[in-house]
Design a protein. Structure first.
Length: 154
């Protein structure tokens, strides 16, 4: 089941999932500044005002009432978080989260952007994102800017 995260408990559970996945798959490639920058971004006290103001929206994928995937969108069209619990990798959860969000919002969009981690590059490419695969580093965060161009109908 996919739902927009609005309850504090669900948001905190989602951020705990993000932390665990980040620590396992991305933090080993980052220096201390990058880890600190990312963890500051996902700190509940830092993120919550952006959620309540509508600047960021979070969506969770639940299995047996446990969150196993999280999609964060910096409105209107930038993926700022996409994490899936390790036990659920390669089961289509990221694709389902993204497709669900896209189905609801694509009528008003021509592109979707993401700053992919090097680890997640192949997953985003499978979703159709494209771009120069040069890794950029800002504040210790390593990323690859990618864009998905949506089919538009006039």
């Amino acid at each position: 089941m996919i739902k927009k995260l609005t309850k504090e408990a669900d948001i905190k559970a989602g951020l705990k999932l993000v932390t665990a996945v980040f620590d396992t798959f991305q933090a080993p490639d980052y220096g201390p500044d990058g880890v600190a920058s990312f963890k500051n971004f996902i700190d509940f006290q830092q993120l919550y005002p952006q959620l309540t103001s509508g600047k960021i929206s979070l969506y969770g994928y639940f299995v047996n009432q446990q969150i196993v995937g999280l999609l964060g969108i910096r409105n209107p069209n930038h993926i700022c978080l996409l994490f899936v619990a390790e036990a659920y990798h390669r089961k289509g959860i990221a694709r389902k989260l993204f497709a669900n969000w896209l189905q609801e919002h694509s009528a008003n969009l021509t592109t979707v952007t993401v700053n992919s981690s090097p680890y997640a590059l192949a997953a985003y490419q499978k979703l159709g994102f494209e771009g120069d695969t040069t890794v950029i580093e800002t504040d210790g965060i390593k990323f690859i800017p990618l864009t998905l161009t949506l089919n538009t109908r006039n």
